[in-house]
Design a protein around this ligand. Sequence first.
Ligand code: ZN
Length: 157
Amino acid sequence: MRIGLGFDIHKLVKGKRLILGGIQIPYHSGLKGHSDGDVVFHSISDALAGALGIEDIGTRFPNTDKSIKGISSRLILESYFNSLRKMGGKIVNLDIVILTESPYIKPWYEMMKKNIAEVLKIDPSCIGIKAKTMEGLGEIGKKKAIACFASVLIENL
Ligand code: ZN
Protein backbone atom coordinates (compact mmCIF):
# COMPACT_ATOMS: atom_id res chain seq x y z
CA MET A 1 0.00 0.00 0.00
CA ARG A 2 1.10 3.56 -0.64
CA ILE A 3 -0.25 6.87 0.60
CA GLY A 4 -0.24 10.22 -1.19
CA LEU A 5 -0.93 13.77 -0.05
CA GLY A 6 -1.91 16.66 -2.30
CA PHE A 7 -2.50 20.35 -1.63
CA ASP A 8 -3.65 23.21 -3.84
CA ILE A 9 -4.80 26.82 -3.52
CA HIS A 10 -6.19 29.31 -6.05
CA LYS A 11 -7.26 32.93 -5.78
CA LEU A 12 -10.96 33.81 -5.95
CA VAL A 13 -11.74 36.41 -8.62
CA LYS A 14 -15.03 38.06 -9.49
CA GLY A 15 -16.91 37.01 -12.61
CA LYS A 16 -15.32 33.57 -13.06
CA ARG A 17 -17.18 30.27 -12.85
CA LEU A 18 -16.54 28.40 -9.61
CA ILE A 19 -15.68 24.77 -10.31
CA LEU A 20 -15.04 22.44 -7.36
CA GLY A 21 -14.79 18.68 -7.74
CA GLY A 22 -15.89 19.09 -11.34
CA ILE A 23 -19.17 20.73 -10.25
CA GLN A 24 -20.11 24.27 -11.20
CA ILE A 25 -21.23 25.94 -7.97
CA PRO A 26 -23.33 29.12 -8.17
CA TYR A 27 -21.23 31.98 -6.73
CA HIS A 28 -20.20 35.50 -7.73
CA SER A 29 -16.51 34.54 -7.92
CA GLY A 30 -14.45 31.69 -9.30
CA LEU A 31 -10.92 30.34 -9.03
CA LYS A 32 -8.17 31.94 -11.06
CA GLY A 33 -5.79 29.53 -12.74
CA HIS A 34 -4.21 28.33 -15.96
CA SER A 35 -6.93 25.66 -16.09
CA ASP A 36 -10.42 25.98 -14.58
CA GLY A 37 -8.75 26.30 -11.16
CA ASP A 38 -10.46 23.26 -9.62
CA VAL A 39 -8.46 22.91 -6.37
CA VAL A 40 -10.23 19.64 -5.56
CA PHE A 41 -9.24 17.85 -8.79
CA HIS A 42 -5.74 19.37 -8.58
CA SER A 43 -5.09 18.21 -5.04
CA ILE A 44 -6.39 14.70 -5.81
CA SER A 45 -4.13 14.60 -8.89
CA ASP A 46 -1.11 15.61 -6.81
CA ALA A 47 -2.01 13.07 -4.11
CA LEU A 48 -2.01 10.36 -6.81
CA ALA A 49 1.29 11.69 -8.21
CA GLY A 50 2.78 11.52 -4.72
CA ALA A 51 1.57 8.00 -4.02
CA LEU A 52 2.87 6.81 -7.40
CA GLY A 53 6.17 8.70 -7.05
CA ILE A 54 5.71 10.44 -10.40
CA GLU A 55 5.83 14.06 -11.60
CA ASP A 56 3.37 16.53 -10.03
CA ILE A 57 0.74 18.48 -11.96
CA GLY A 58 2.90 21.60 -12.23
CA THR A 59 5.43 19.50 -14.14
CA ARG A 60 3.03 17.44 -16.25
CA PHE A 61 0.76 20.42 -17.01
CA PRO A 62 3.01 23.52 -16.79
CA ASN A 63 1.24 26.89 -16.66
CA THR A 64 3.66 28.12 -19.32
CA ASP A 65 2.08 25.73 -21.86
CA LYS A 66 -0.37 27.87 -23.85
CA SER A 67 -1.90 24.81 -25.54
CA ILE A 68 -3.51 23.74 -22.26
CA LYS A 69 -4.79 27.16 -21.17
CA GLY A 70 -8.33 26.87 -19.77
CA ILE A 71 -8.40 23.04 -19.89
CA SER A 72 -10.88 21.16 -17.76
CA SER A 73 -9.23 19.79 -14.64
CA ARG A 74 -11.11 16.57 -15.27
CA LEU A 75 -8.55 15.90 -18.04
CA ILE A 76 -5.73 16.42 -15.54
CA LEU A 77 -7.27 13.97 -13.08
CA GLU A 78 -7.93 11.46 -15.88
CA SER A 79 -4.28 11.68 -16.88
CA TYR A 80 -3.18 10.68 -13.35
CA PHE A 81 -5.83 7.97 -13.20
CA ASN A 82 -4.36 6.54 -16.43
CA SER A 83 -0.90 6.53 -14.83
CA LEU A 84 -2.34 4.72 -11.80
CA ARG A 85 -3.91 2.10 -14.07
CA LYS A 86 -0.74 1.62 -16.12
CA MET A 87 1.22 1.05 -12.89
CA GLY A 88 -1.39 -1.48 -11.77
CA GLY A 89 -2.60 0.48 -8.74
CA LYS A 90 -6.07 0.58 -7.24
CA ILE A 91 -7.51 3.27 -4.98
CA VAL A 92 -8.52 2.05 -1.52
CA ASN A 93 -9.92 5.39 -0.33
CA LEU A 94 -9.66 9.10 -0.80
CA ASP A 95 -10.14 11.86 1.78
CA ILE A 96 -10.60 15.52 0.92
CA VAL A 97 -10.64 18.69 3.02
CA ILE A 98 -11.72 21.90 1.29
CA LEU A 99 -10.77 25.16 3.00
CA THR A 100 -13.30 27.82 2.09
CA GLU A 101 -15.01 30.63 3.95
CA SER A 102 -17.80 30.83 1.38
CA PRO A 103 -19.82 29.65 -0.45
CA TYR A 104 -21.36 26.96 1.75
CA ILE A 105 -20.62 23.81 -0.22
CA LYS A 106 -22.05 20.99 1.89
CA PRO A 107 -25.10 20.67 -0.43
CA TRP A 108 -22.67 19.71 -3.22
CA TYR A 109 -20.75 16.93 -1.44
CA GLU A 110 -22.73 14.06 -2.95
CA MET A 111 -22.52 15.46 -6.48
CA MET A 112 -18.77 15.99 -6.10
CA LYS A 113 -18.31 12.45 -4.77
CA LYS A 114 -20.28 11.01 -7.68
CA ASN A 115 -18.21 13.03 -10.15
CA ILE A 116 -14.84 12.08 -8.61
CA ALA A 117 -15.91 8.42 -8.31
CA GLU A 118 -16.82 8.40 -12.00
CA VAL A 119 -13.37 9.66 -13.07
CA LEU A 120 -11.48 7.34 -10.70
CA LYS A 121 -13.75 4.29 -11.26
CA ILE A 122 -14.36 3.76 -7.55
CA ASP A 123 -17.46 3.63 -5.41
CA PRO A 124 -18.53 7.03 -3.95
CA SER A 125 -18.48 5.37 -0.50
CA CYS A 126 -14.64 5.29 -0.78
CA ILE A 127 -14.54 9.09 -0.82
CA GLY A 128 -14.71 11.47 2.13
CA ILE A 129 -15.32 15.19 1.64
CA LYS A 130 -15.48 17.89 4.25
CA ALA A 131 -15.22 21.64 4.10
CA LYS A 132 -13.80 23.87 6.81
CA THR A 133 -13.89 27.61 7.20
CA MET A 134 -10.82 29.47 8.46
CA GLU A 135 -12.89 31.31 11.09
CA GLY A 136 -12.22 34.53 9.20
CA LEU A 137 -8.43 34.16 9.52
CA GLY A 138 -5.93 34.75 6.73
CA GLU A 139 -6.54 35.15 3.00
CA ILE A 140 -8.90 32.17 2.81
CA GLY A 141 -10.81 33.55 5.78
CA LYS A 142 -11.15 36.84 3.92
CA LYS A 143 -12.71 34.96 0.96
CA LYS A 144 -9.75 35.71 -1.31
CA ALA A 145 -8.88 32.08 -2.00
CA ILE A 146 -10.00 28.47 -1.71
CA ALA A 147 -7.59 25.65 -0.85
CA CYS A 148 -7.83 21.87 -0.67
CA PHE A 149 -5.99 18.92 0.85
CA ALA A 150 -6.42 15.39 -0.46
CA SER A 151 -4.97 12.12 0.75
CA VAL A 152 -5.23 8.88 -1.14
CA LEU A 153 -4.39 5.28 -0.28
CA ILE A 154 -3.53 2.94 -3.12
CA GLU A 155 -2.78 -0.78 -3.25
CA ASN A 156 -1.46 -3.44 -5.61
CA LEU A 157 1.41 -1.45 -7.09
ZN1 ZN B 1 -4.39 24.18 -9.03
